[in-house]
Ligand binder design. Structure first.
Ligand code: NIG
Ligand code: FE
Length: 401
């Protein structure tokens, strides 16, 4: 409970205290017992876009204004480190067919590519803004999102340009699938992705991603994509081992990817690589839920010592949920995570997957991204699945819900 050094963004800004917090989840083990660092009967003081004080309510300093949390739990805003929100149309018919017994294949991506190419910039931007609002209502305050439904130089670049107007976590996924017009010559498409398309996209993106999977890109192609991106200052992340076992996870660790995402089909060697390397294992329960696939084994990864993140993978094909509380509930019920582990993975874990230290925790100096739950304990996120528990959201110190 110390004061953070004043930063230019907070100096002189009015201060607000959120008081009467039943339990505050800080994700800072120096502030409370265990990884979640819980503080009971807590208060948080916000100045500008930052947290400047956390501690026991009775010791809170005087502030310009205050908000009574009514004894509810306060958690860090969810950090959704994996979504695909630059698209148009939906795939209701594909989902309906799948729930009638048809298997999921990545081939449906091409349906969304066709609809996305036809959309105007204004439509793509409005769709993205609507999803971000939907996410905010469910407590998500940091969102990574990707291209990957344009698959031409102009369509990938415009998707990323639009994304930068809404979020700082932008990922270039030109290597999502080979589009129909390059079906006869996938190597030409890889050359485009690592050449002119990268040139057009790199200025807008922080990350580069590749779907390393049978039916998408093989290990050699994936390595080439990540290396080209790195040479342009983009940091790697990988869609790995989603539909079957494969080289994606080990390739991600070797390439120094910040995160390997999906991790559904893992060998012991994959688990060891994740536990020993610096790559976060990002699990996407909405995907297995919506494709009727077996869930990834979070317990196995955690017991091996891997860092695990949870994200929505929100996209119109494999996982059309934007809800982190839903992902937490499924991870607890189906993937062997404790409620505490799932909450950590949906907040601090997501921050780790994005290599961010300013979000995913509620300690002095962190961004004031907070969620007040209409519940006395964050365990309710898993205990009361499907119930809208998000009562209020502050993002960058401003009350947005
Ligand atoms: O993360 N795996 C590849 N991409 C998406 C699915 C995209 C789609 O089906 O439209 C995913 O699951
Ligand atoms: Fe994805």
């Amino acid at each position: 409970t110390h004061r953070a050094p004043s930063t230019p963004s907070t100096a002189g800004a009015p201060s607000t205290a959120i008081t009467n917090i039943g339990v505050l989840i800080t994700n800072d083990p120096s502030l409370g017992p265990g990884p979640l660092g819980p503080v009971r009967d807590a208060a948080v003081v916000i100045e500008g876009d930052r947290i400047v004080w956390t501690g026991t309510s009775s010791r809170a300093p005087a502030t310009d204004s205050h908000y009574d949390a009514g004894g509810g739990a306060v958690v860090p805003g969810f950090v959704d480190s994996h979504s695909h929100l630059l698209f148009a149309g939906d795939r209701t018919a594909e989902f309906h067919a799948r729930m009638s017994g048809r298997p999921y294949t990545a081939g449906g991506i091409r349906t969304t590519v066709a609809a996305t190419r036809r959309a105007t910039d204004a439509e793509l931007s409005a769709n993205l803004a609507a999803f971000l609002r939907e996410m905010l209502r469910q407590g998500t305050t940091t969102v990574e999102t990707k291209s990957g439904y344009g698959l031409t130089v102009a369509d990938e670049a415009r998707a990323l340009r639009i994304a930068t107007e809404h979020t700082e976590e932008v990922t270039y996924l030109g290597a999502h699938v080979v589009p129909p017009e390059h079906a006869a010559s996938p190597e030409d498409y890889v050359a485009l992705v690592t050449g002119p398309m990268l040139d057009a996209c790199a200025p807008y993106a922080r990350w580069i991603d590749v779907f390393c999977e049978r039916g998408a890109f093989d290990a050699g192609q994936a390595r080439a994509v990540l290396a080209a991106g790195r040479a342009r200052g983009l940091r790697p992340r990988v869609h790995a081992n989603q539909l079957g076992p494969g080289p994606g996870v080990r390739l991600a660790v070797e390439a120094g990817a910040r995160s390997a995402d999906h991790c559904t089909h893992l060998t012991d060697a994959d688990v060891d690589a994740l536990a020993q390397g610096g790559t976060v294992a990002t699990l996407l329960p909405g995907c297995e839920f919506s494709t009727r696939a077996p869930y990834p084994d979070a317990r196995r990864l955690l017991d091996a010592g891997a860092v695990v993140a949870l994200a929505s993978d929100c996209n119109p094909g494999s996982s059309f949920t934007s809800s982190m509380p839903f992902c937490v509930a499924v991870a607890v019920r189906e993937m062997g995570m404790t409620p505490d582990e799932a909450l950590w993975s949906a907040t601090a874990g997501g921050a780790a997957a994005l290599d961010r230290t300013d979000v995913g925790r509620l300690a002095p100096g962190a961004r004031a991204d907070l969620v007040l739950l209409d519940a006395p304990s964050p365990v309710h996120l898993a205990y009361r699945p499907g119930v809208p528990l998000v009562a209020a959201v502050w993002r960058r110190g401003r009350r947005e819900l």
